[in-house]
Design a protein around this ligand. Structure first.
Ligand SMILES: [Fe+2]
Ligand SMILES: [Fe+2]
Length: 196
């Protein structure tokens, strides 16, 4: 058992938090996959789901290497990120915009995980838990790769597709500029606005 108040205790606590986060993500990733229209995006979420299951097994090995019981502790951070992802999926976006938003939601989760695993690796190394550090580094690498894959999909066409869909029916130039309007003699409404 880890002694209370030590970095080792904080490390075990972080491991439990991360274990719970991964478990939450195994429920969220299928929803992100299902909501995706782009087949490559759906595939990316599905393959990261498989990786996530492997990451859970890897964390169990980390607990074992430290002679600690496998236990999760509710991760509020990832719960919030998942909650935000859910609200996005309820929006009435066009398909490509939804895909762009799903990537944004997915990347929030990846960055949260990268922060968690980055800390865990550094702490494991500092305390000389070589086996744990090695295992945690493998997961950190997977999280970074998943994040890069999402960036690749966004920048490889999904963002532009969404932007094109947004502007496909308003090709006319910018409306009258604010500057021109501002030069006009102020109307009584403008005056009253200024007084607010
Ligand atoms: Fe993960
Ligand atoms: Fe991940």
């Amino acid at each position: 058992m880890a002694e209370a108040g030590t970095l080792h205790a904080a490390f075990i606590d972080e491991l439990r938090d991360t274990y719970d986060a991964e478990k939450q993500l195994t429920k969220a990733l299928p929803k992100l996959a299902k909501a995706s229209s782009n087949p490559k995006l759906r595939q990316a979420f599905e393959s990261h789901l498989q990786e996530t299951q492997g990451q859970i097994a890897r964390l169990e090995k980390v607990f074992a290497s430290l002679d600690e019981k496998v236990r999760g502790k509710h991760c509020d951070g990832i719960a919030g990120i998942i909650e935000e992802g859910k609200s996005i999926m309820e929006e009435d976006f066009d398909e490509t915009t939804m895909d762009a938003c799903l990537i944004a939601a997915g990347q929030r989760a990846e960055h949260y995980e990268m922060a968690a695993y980055g800390t865990l690796v550094a702490w494991a190394q500092a305390m000389g838990h070589t086996e744990a550090a090695k295992l945690l580094q493998q997961t950190l690498d997977e999280e970074k790769a998943a994040d890069r894959k999402l960036s690749g999909l966004a920048e490889g066409g999904i963002n532009q597709g969404a932007a094109d869909a947004a502007h496909s029916d308003d090709e006319d130039p910018e409306p009258a500029t604010v500057g021109a309007a501002a030069k006009k003699t102020p109307t009584s409404k403008a005056k009253s606005d200024n007084r607010r």
